[in-house]
Design a protein around this ligand. Sequence first.
Ligand SMILES: [Fe+2]
Length: 260
Amino acid sequence: MTRILQISDLHIMPEGQLFQDAIDTAAALRQMLSGLAGLLPAIGPVERLVISGDLTETGCKGAYDHLRDIMAEAALPWRAIPGNHDCREAMRAFAAQEGWMPDHGPINWREDLDDVTILGLDTLVEGAAHGAVTDTTLAWLEATLRDLRHRPVLIFMHHPPFDTGISAMDAIGLSPNPRFEGLLRDHEGPVQIACGHVHRMITGAFAGRPVTIAPSTSHAVGLDLRMEGGITFIPGHSGAILHDLGARCRTLLISPDDLG
Ligand SMILES: [Fe+2]
């Protein structure tokens, strides 16, 4: 059994600033981290905490400095991938002391745990809101999956690879990539995909593989499935995901009510 906690879309601002002058994303993250630490005796042991992108709202050094202070209190070893609001080089500097952070190029990483290998895939297109799996990342993924052979894989990527029905978010989704889809379909072992970006718990499938989208730690995207629907934010409505992997795989939603 290998258990992994996922949090997503922290949208941390520089210290003293609120998201859209209204939402204290830093307080929400502190509350989430302390709540998860309190829950650990009931759900543990947990091997890793993975942050699936949008660590900051602004991508600036001040926001990452603020996040560094908050993450110093995390009860678990953590890893992260970038989201569309992140800046790759600022994020690299922020996590430069972490052994998993590549010193150049896309922020892709691999970690072999007991029952599963977790992979971080960088889908950030700097300066854009949509995501893409670049040729560099595809080549890395192809070589990594070939090396892993039959081993179970849990892939973290910020942008979900399927349309959610929330049109305004799908418009800034992952660019279609048949090679990426083929790679995942052809892997000989089990594959699960864990995403963020949409700030809601949503499940779906891609390349015949189960996909879970995690809620944000501080605010949800409004539920609007109309073609002309826009993006609105709902404070709260937060959560985390527990990936429970082994002979049987389970994906559990952790809501604020679980955190005491
Ligand atoms: Fe986000």
